[in-house]
Ligand binder design. Sequence first.
Ligand SMILES: [Zn+2]
Ligand SMILES: [Zn+2]
Length: 193
Amino acid sequence: MQGSGGQRTMEIDVNPKHHSHGTPDRLTYRLQRHPMNDIEPTRLRCDGIQYRSGFIEARLVHAGHVNLETWSVGPDALGASPQWVTDVSDTSVPGNVELELDLRTAMQLADSLHELVAIQAARTGTEASCDECGSQFVSSTAIMSGLCPECSHYLYNKPNCAHSFHDGRCRRCGWDGSVSDYVARIKGTAKSG
Ligand SMILES: [Zn+2]
Ligand SMILES: [Zn+2]
């Protein structure tokens, strides 16, 4: 399925923080020469719960896969200043895991994160209501504050949520299907998904 033939690989030195925990003799990434590697990795800092703090990186390394790497950071090491794993000392990083997700698995992970965030937002009352259609929505899914993903898509051509309805609401963004008269007119004249 994946293009296995013909792709050249190269070993390059990268930051020693990668793979330096548990396998200190392998300080290399195997990078395939592929245009996907030009895409910037997504790097996230997790600091909401002190004893489960750390960093996450998602990037493209192998064709047909998404690379996910996590670093846990000791509870005392993640103050305000370290913005990335390279900013903390090796001894403050007790764990490091790297997985290659095939595309289906990566999408399942994304879907489950969407749903869990929506459930949490509904439980903790961190939903907003859309200025245009009036629907409640998960504010963290909004590209424009005050507008649900559906309305920001039709009013401002922003990327829409890939809605997945369950019990009358999208499990990802929380939109309940409400449509303002104005957006209804736009939808009536535009052929868009
Ligand atoms: Zn709306
Ligand atoms: Zn949605």
